[in-house]
Each structure stands twice: as structure tokens, then as C-alpha cells.
Design a protein around this ligand. Structure first.
Ligand code: ADP
Length: 780
């Protein structure tokens, strides 16, 4: 392998002594190998555990990380040599290495695979480029012209590159060059990746504000760096915004979290607050306390879909007067390098990120906040499957840190832990300020059906009309992108499917295409049926958001109507713009998929209509009920976030189902209790453990054979049930034929060890893939 990374000059250094001065160095490579490999390196190289090195493996050289060092190890001289040290790469901190080892075991992958996830941004291993800038010399001794003095003035304001100076001073490059040549501008080298500004933890109170004395710190605890207990959050990043003071209820929730942080030991707290209760304001105080306690402490806030929900980052910015360091898939390579390196160096202190941010190389992570902890986006199903929330708790346990799990609709896992006292349970039962929870009504679609060919019941249209008449806004929710989920030939009944995947193609009218939502495959909508060749034969079956939009536009031709889904807005900027338009009242009716459920505040939105509440309940998923309840509560919670009371109407064909009744009566705890009973009876999570193996082969036969081999090798163990193999509900994806095993185990069983032992017994054909998913969320 050609490694593009910079190497140390000592490449190929000779080893002279025998054992003295020679260390045994175990190196973990970013490959699916079971363990690190041993090499020798002279002690004089100054390697430390975590150093990045280049070492030979077979005929090639690879990048790896030093996992262990035995100083002056007997016999080390006979080992192969490390080839080079990557000096410019910041060593991987101990916390990070421990986490890699633990999590690899837990998710049943090799530590090398886990390391690969941690080092997913190879650019981070190279040093920051240097930017050459110029500032005025102390003594300027040149003939002055107007152009020259403009350049010097610009450089005095801010040292800059020659090109920028020329642009800012509106002169040609030769003027700047002349000044450099004459010694009137002097060179200053600056790193492109500058350290991030420090968060301002406790801005001084404005005149007139009196900081109340803080509540007593627990006995024997550090109090010298203790924060004032009155918390301020400037509502605008640019000064001048009104200072925000926590309500008594919020303050006591914040105090509990702060006390946990100050204990400096492993703790998990569920911050359980209704939508709009101010959970964000509260956990930001815990962040401030964690960072104030120790000048090297780091805090990580995980946010679902962070690339799309930037508004919350603005709130961080107004609280800490600087933006948090961001980490998610949409950030540019340069920012990635800067973030990764600054985190590893311990200088980046407040990080906001998507699930993958958990794998950043924090040397001193003291607090992890998981906002909307129930959100399914914390679960990664592909590649190395993991649940970031669960791994975050394990990560915190290893380093005696605190975890705050925030949600209005906690997962059953978290709720059960809070009920049993394992997690602290901190409640915020009311909305902040004057906002009150909306009324939730069920619309029985059997009694109040929509007109033929329509999807929205007259009850909902009436409620929307009333809201619009009062100058308020309406939101319609349907968790289905596109126009229609199924396109069928009227003549022969052919259902349009993706060529290599066992799923229906979804019609998208805006783009005129049929799209597979699973693999992203798309094709233009054909003019004739591929099966019977009938011309223009297609009917669109079922609704997607585009279809609901069509209907509402007909019904409310005057209203300004928009669709909010990942097809209509791409990327953070477009989402921000749309959210802003909605918040400013420039949209009357918004129709959205689950993207609208996430944390947006629309003060003038008073009516929410759920078009198909039953949708998520189909499919036999373990968490289908829980997820539906969460999503519908979240979506309903968008209504009435300011002075005006909101109203949510939920269309369902099963209004008597316990879940619909729980939604109507806003009886979340009742719902969770019933869910818990059902899961406990089945020994399902969180009362039992679950794992999945998905065997995929390039043909039906190969998949069957592999599944048969695997099934026969399943170890017998007490408290473990193995179900399968069964054809996966999505039997073919991208041409791979899939079979599933489901493993249920009692809580006290080490499920990961069981699965690892099982797979260690079999050798499958190279073309067959086995995906391991400990605690699966997807059953497809
Ligand atoms: P949650 O995360 O619980 O849904 P948020 O933290 O988003 O709630 O707060 C809801 C809204 O109320 C936000 O607009 C927030 O700025 C506002 N808010 C919450 N607490 C306060 C406070 N103490 N002072 C002023 N505004 C607040």
C-alpha cells in the first residue's frame, strides 16, 4: 500500500544493540485482524502508546497505532522493525484506545475495524498547512503612495495573505509584492487550523442582575471553580439579546445535573421533559459546569440529524458565545482535520456531533449529552452496527464521566433504567413560559373518512381552515417521502420494483422518477408497463407527502404551501431557510416527513394533522409501537409552542388501540408501562438481550447453504434462543440474497461473547457476508 502520510526521517534506521534500548511494540492496524502485531523499535524513538506508525505486514507497509510497549523487552531484537513514526499525527489517547477495545468486543467486531472507525478521517493525521501572511513591519521606510498605505492599513487591521491583502486594499498584487520586497511587510506564518475559541462559560451578569449564591455543593466536593447557580443565556450571539434566566423548575433540574457533574464519577441521568420545557437550556448548564470544573475537560453533545437541525447550534452559540465544534458527515475535510486534531490535543472542549462523534479521540471526555436519546438515528445498522447511546454510556463508565439522556419520549431502555433507579430521573413536566401542551384528538377514519381519492379527513381540513383563518399555521405530517409508495400497472397488476432489490419503487412527481428508498436506485417513470407493454398504464397507490400537498393545494388554493422532506431540502442551509420561512410565518401549510418532528420551534403553528398514524405500526418491528408513539408525540408537540394553544389531530383506523389512547390522553408513562409488560413477557430488550445475524450471498443457493452451515454451528447455551434462519423481509438487497437469525438471550448472558464464539466455529464462502447486529433496531 502506498501511504501518502508524512514519515519520520528515521525510516530504515539500523538496530545496533541486542535487547537494551529496544522495545517490543504491539501495533494495531486498521484492518479486521483479531489482535495487534509485535515489532521492535529503538527506545530512542520516543514512541508512546497511541503513537501512529508505519509497519510492514507481509510485503506491504501499513499505518497502525501503537497499542502496547514493553520497554527493553527480552527477545524484541528478533522482531521485525517498525518502519517509521508519523510524528505529525497526534497520538490516540488512552481513553480512546480503551473504548476501542471494549466496544469492539461488545459489537462483535475486531479492534482493528473499530480503530478504522476512529481514524476514518485520514487527513487528520497530517499536520495543519501553514498559511503565509504579512503584517506591517515596525519600521516602514518606503516611499508612500495611496495604494501602499491602503495595503499597510489592511495588514495592520489583520495580517493576511498577499492575495487577500491586495483584494482588501483594492490594489494589484504587484503593490503588495513591492511592499514585501522593500521590507515594509513582514512574514508571519500561521497554522490553517487555529485552535477554536474557548467557550465563555459564565458571561458576567448585566448591570442589575444579581447572581444568587449557588446551592450548596455536596460535602467534600470541589467548590473553588463552582459556577454561579443563576444561569444566563444570551438569546442572541451578537450582544444585545435579552438575558435568559432559568425558571425555578429548570434551575433545580440544572442543579441536579451540575451536582452529578461535580461528583466526578460515572452517572447517567435521564432529563425527562415535555417538548418545549427547556431541556436544551438545562443541559447546557451541565455542559458549562463540566467545562468549568476542569480546564482540560471536554463535553460532547450528540444531536440527531445535526447536519439538518442547525438552529440548536445557534442556541449553543448564544449560550457560550462561540459555536461548538461540529462533527458529522457533511462537514468539509479541512474542518474535519481541524476538529479531529484539536479534539485529540484536548483543546476542542465543546463538541456537537452526530453519532460518529462518539469515536473522536477525546483525552478527557467528562460529559456526554444525548439529545433526543430515543432517536433512531443513534443506531447505525450498516457496517459496524452500534447504538451510540449505549456505547456512550459504556464510554462514560470507563472514564468516570457523566451522561445526560434528554428526551420528551424516552426509549423504553432508558425509562426502565430510570424507573429502577439505575439512572437519575430528572423531570421537567411543563412547557416553559406560557406555552401549554396541545390538545390531541383522534380522528377515526372509519367514521370520518376522507372523500374518495383523498387522504385528509374533512375534520383535519376544517381544523386547518380555522387555524389559517386566525392567521396561524398548520402542519401535516406523513412519514413517507415522494408521491406514492407503490406504482402498479392497471392492465396486468405489475408492481414496479427495483431490479436488484426486493422493494417497491416510490414515485416522485417533482423529479418524475421512481426511487428505491433503500438503495437510492432511481429510474424515470416508464411510459409503458415493462411486463405487459400496455401504454401509460400506471396507477399511483397510497399517499406520500407530495400527494398530500397536491390535495391541500386544491383545498386551500390561497395558502402558501410547502413540503419539508429530505427530497425538497438538501443540506443544512436549505433546511435553515425553510425553517426560518416557517418561523417567520411565510408558509401557511407545511407538509412534512419525520424531518419536521425534530426540535423546531414554530411559534405560530397551532394545528398539526397526522395523516396516517397507523403507518409505522405495520411490519412487526419490536419497537414499532414505541417509535410510533415517540414520533407522533414529537410531531404533535410542534403545535402551540408559544402563547396560543395548539391542537393535534391524528388520523387512524385503530383509535381503540392502547397506543392511540395513550397518545390521546398524553399518557406516556402508561404507554411505556404497558410496553414494558409486553416486552418483559417475551424476554425482549430491555428485559432480555437481542442480536441478529444477517447472512447475505450472491445467490439464493449460496445464502441457503451459508445459513444452513451457520445454523448447524449455533452453540447450545442456557438462556439463549436462536431463531432462524428465515428469509429476511427484504430478501434481496443489491443482488445479495439475505437470511436472518435472531438471537434472544437472558439479561445475564454475554451475548457478544456468544455470537463471537458461534462465528468462530464456521468458515463460510468468501462471497458470503455476515452482518452482526447486537441489539438490532431494524428487522428488515
Ligand atoms: P425542549 O428541548 O425541552 O423541547 P427547548 O430547550 O428547545 O425545549 O426550549 C423551548 C423554547 O423555550 C426555546 O425557544 C427556548 O429558547 C425557550 N426557553 C426555554 N427555557 C427558557 C428560559 N428559561 N428563558 C427563556 N426562554 C426559554
Amino acid at each position: 500500500m502506498n501511504n501518502p502520510l508524512p514519515l519520520l526521517e528515521e525510516e530504515g534506521a539500523e538496530f545496533l544493540g541486542q535487547d537494551a534500548g529496544i522495545d517490543r511494540v504491539s501495533v494495531l492496524f486498521t484492518m479486521p485482524l483479531p489482535e495487534p502485531f509485535d515489532y521492535k523499535a529503538p527506545s530512542s524513538w520516543g514512541l508512546v502508546e497511541g503513537s501512529h506508525v508505519i509497519a510492514p505486514l507481509g510485503p506491504n507497509l501499513y499505518h497502525g497505532v501503537v497499542w502496547r510497549i514493553d520497554r527493553d523487552a527480552p527477545g524484541a531484537a528478533n522482531l521485525k522493525s517498525i518502519d517509521a513514526v508519523m510524528e505529525s499525527a497526534p497520538p490516540l489517547p488512552e481513553e480512546s484506545r480503551n473504548f476501542i477495545e471494549w466496544s469492539a468486543k461488545y459489537v462483535c467486531t475486531s479492534p482493528g475495524n473499530m480503530l478504522r472507525m476512529v481514524l476514518r478521517s485520514p487527513e487528520a493525521l497530517a499536520p495543519s498547512p501553514v498559511i503565509i501572511t504579512y503584517a506591517p513591519a515596525t519600521q516602514v521606510d518606503v516611499k508612500m503612495t495611496d495604494a501602499r498605505s491602503r495595503v499597510l492599513a489592511a495588514a495592520a487591521e489583520k495580517a493576511d495573505t498577499p492575495a487577500n491583502l491586495a483584494r482588501r486594499a483594492e490594489v494589484t498584487g504587484s503593490v503588495v509584492k513591492g511592499l514585501i520586497g522593500a521590507g515594509a511587510l513582514v512574514r508571519i506564518d500561521r497554522l490553517e487550523d487555529e485552535p477554536y475559541p474557548e467557550p465563555v462559560l459564565y458571561p458576567p451578569p448585566l448591570a442589575g442582575e444579581v447572581a444568587a449564591s449557588r446551592s450548596e455543593a455536596p460535602e467534600g466536593e470541589l467548590s473553588s471553580v463552582a459556577a454561579p447557580s443563576v444561569s444566563f443565556a444570551d438569546s442572541s450571539p451578537v450582544n444585545g439579546g435579552a438575558l435568559r434566566r432559568l425558571s425555578d423548575l429548570q434551575q433545580s433540574a440544572a442543579d441536579e445535573l451540575i451536582a452529578a457533574v461535580e461528583k466526578n464519577e460515572f452517572r447517567v441521568a435521564l432529563l425527562d421533559g415535555v417538548t418545549g420545557s427547556g431541556k436544551t437550556e438545562v443541559y447546557l448548564e451541565a455542559v458549562a459546569a463540566a467545562l468549568a470544573r476542569d480546564p482540560t475537560a471536554q463535553a460532547l453533545v450528540l444531536l440527531p440529524e445535526i447536519a439538518l437541525t442547525q438552529a440548536v447550534l445557534e442556541r449553543f452559540e448564544s449560550r457560550f458565545q462561540t459555536r461548538p465544534v461540529e462533527w458529522h458527515s457533511a462537514i468539509a475535510q479541512k474542518s474535519r482535520r481541524r476538529a479531529w486534531r484539536e479534539v485529540a490535543a484536548g483543546r476542542a472542549r465543546l463538541i456537537a456531533g452526530a453519532r460518529s462523534a462518539l469515536f473522536l479521540p477525546f483525552p478527557n471526555l467528562r460529559l456526554i449529552v444525548i439529545d433526543e436519546e430515543h432517536d433512531p438515528s443513534y443506531k447505525q445498522d450498516e457496517g459496524v452496527a452500534y447504538q451510540a447511546r449505549d456505547l456512550a454510556v459504556a464510554r462514560a463508565k470507563q472514564s468516570d464521566a457523566v451522561v445526560v439522556l434528554a428526551s420528551a419520549t424516552p426509549s423504553l431502555e432508558t425509562f426502565a433504567n430510570a424507573q429502577s433507579g439505575k439512572y437519575a430521573h430528572i423531570k421537567l413536566p411543563v412547557r416553559h413560559g406560557v406555552a401549554v401542551m396541545p390538545d390531541i384528538e383522534l380522528v377515526d377514519m372509519r367514521m370520518d373518512p376522507p372523500d374518495r381519492g383523498r387522504w385528509v379527513s374533512p375534520k383535519l381540513t376544517r381544523a386547518a381552515a380555522e387555524a389559517l383563518a386566525r392567521g396561524e399555521q398548520a402542519l401535516f405530517y406523513l412519514n413517507r417521502r415522494g408521491y406514492a409508495p407503490l406504482t402498479m400497472c392497471r392492465a396486468c397488476g405489475e408492481k414496479m420494483k427495483a431490479p436488484d432489490t426486493d422493494s417497491w419503487l416510490v414515485e416522485h412527481r417533482y423529479s418524475g422518477r421512481l426511487v428505491c428508498h433503500l438503495t437510492g436506485f432511481t429510474m424515470p417513470k416508464p411510459k409503458e408497463c415493462p411486463n405487459c407493454l400496455a401504454p401509460e398504464p400506471f396507477v399511483s397507490i397510497g399517499p406520500g407527502v407530495e400527494r398530500v400537498e397536491e390535495e391541500l393545494r386544491e383545498m386551500f388554493p390561497q395558502a402558501r404551501t410547502e413540503v419539508f422532506s429530505s427530497d425538497t431540502v438538501q443540506g443544512g442551509d436549505e433546511v435553515r431557510a425553510l425553517v426560518e420561512r416557517m418561523a417567520q410565518g411565510e408558509i401557511d401549510i407545511l407538509i412534512g416527513t419525520q424531518i419536521v418532528a425534530k426540535g423546531h420551534n414554530f411559534p405560530n403553528l397551532t394545528m398539526v394533522g397526522v395523516v396516517d398514524a397507523d403507518l409505522g405500526l405495520k411490519g412487526g418491528d419490536l419497537r414499532a409501537g414505541e417509535r410510533t408513539f415517540q414520533l407522533l408525540s414529537q410531531v404533535s408537540g410542534r403545535a402551540g409552542r408559544a402563547e396560543r394553544k395548539g391542537r393535534a389531530l391524528i388520523q387512524t383506523y385503530a383509535p381503540d388501540e392502547p397506543i392511540m389512547q395513550a397518545l390521546k390522553h398524553q399518557d406516556r408513562d402508561g404507554f411505556l408501562a404497558a410496553e414494558a409488560v409486553a416486552r418483559e413477557q417475551m424476554g425482549m430488550p430491555p428485559f432480555g438481550r437481542l442480536g441478529a445475524l444477517i447472512v447475505a450471498g450472491p445467490s439464493d443457493q449460496l445464502a441457503n447453504e451459508a445459513a444452513g452451515t451457520l445454523g448447524a454451528a449455533a452453540p447450545a447455551a442456557d438462556g439463549v434462543d436462536v431463531w432462524g434462519p428465515a428469509p429476511a423481509p427484504l430478501a434481496v438487497i443489491r443482488g445479495m440474497h439475505r437470511r436472518r437469525f435472531l438471537i434472544r438471550a437472558d439479561r445475564n448472558v454475554d451475548l457478544s461473547a456468544y455470537i463471537t464464539a458461534w462465528l468462530g466455529r464456521v468458515k463460510l464462502a468468501n462471497s458470503v457476508r455476515v452482518q452482526i447486529d447486537v441489539d438490532p433496531y431494524s428487522f428488515l
